[in-house]
Design a binder for this molecule. Sequence first.
Ligand SMILES: Nc1ncnc2c1ncn2[C@@H]1O[C@H](COP(=O)(O)OP(=O)(O)OP(=O)(O)O)[C@@H](O)[C@H]1O
Length: 366
Amino acid sequence: MSAAAPATPDAPDAPDAPDADMVVVEAATKHFRLPRRGLRRRREHVHSLDGVTIRVPAGQVLGLVGESGSGKSTLARVVLGLIPLTSGRVSVDGMDAAVRDGAGRRRLSRTAQLVFQDPHAALDPRMTIGESMHAVLAQHRIGTREERAGTVSAALAEVGLDDGYLGRHPGACSGGQLQRVVIARALLLGPKLLICDEPTSALDASVQARILNLLGRLRREHRLTMVMISHDLRVVRFLGDRIAVMYLGEIVELADRDDLFDGARHPYTLALLAAASGAGTEVTGEPPSPIHPPAGCRFHPRCPLATDHCRTEPPPAHEVERGHQVRCHRWSESRAALAGEAGAEAGDEAAERAAERAGKENGRGA
Ligand SMILES: Nc1ncnc2c1ncn2[C@@H]1O[C@H](COP(=O)(O)OP(=O)(O)OP(=O)(O)O)[C@@H](O)[C@H]1O
């Protein structure tokens, strides 16, 4: 948890009752083939996504959290249809995300837009902000020149920027201003789904909170469905209605926000929560290779509760409560077992401190 805490933003209201699924991901697997190296005959693959199944109802915000390399961005890219799946299926607002023809691609990009981490990389430094925004509408053949100008100004106004920004180049703007421009540009086509991939992690702490508040307001006003990707639990907690925790290409825990934050069951989620609250350390050990994922439960080499069963049998997704799924064999005892362990560790530390104190006192007495 290296990012600074956003200042307390105004909590967004819950959306109206969601009706249909905006995003449906069914058994999505993405293995990137690596180039052949040396004398090795077999091609190796990076297991970036393995059997991910998830739905995002219209109007909901899904928070997607997990450490670097867990597959969050890959999931975003397959939902946007930017990369093909190895197997499985993804649909957005009823459209197959694997669509390849031009008209289908345009329809998908009008429906689903991406806001990613680095706004400097998202905008062409040679174009003014006005030109970058006009280009999106022109590409989709939307409106006359005058109509486009009105649409661009309105989009900028929505994110709190005036027409003075139209003639500026990205280099003349701050990171926060540019992220507003990127968000305004994403809204130009009237999307139903906004995928935000670490939208605040490149920004200063004070700016982070303002951008999160902005996204919360836009989500309400436009009834947007969102996927909010972050390694920072505070970000997904602020905006997410449901939270999915990813580890090495799999969703290991999925629950409504409060159920996850108050009743997590997966040892990986519990370690993330403990680290975020300062009550524990970061998850120990290196993440294992995504080229040769561990047998059984993928988390077992780093899990304090792992048994032989965990080392050999991949856990299914257990529905531990309505809407709360956990991929862990030991879900029923994990909270108590890990609390016991944290307690034991705290006890050990206290004992060590007491021994140290006793040692010093003895030293003084001698
Ligand atoms: N084009 C690619 N070719 C090979 N491997 C890739 C490719 N894109 C991603 N990967 C690998 O897929 C795995 C998942 O990457 P991904 O970027 O989805 O993770 P992430 O959770 O978004 O991480 P981060 O927070 O660092 O962006 C990683 O091991 C990554 O190295």
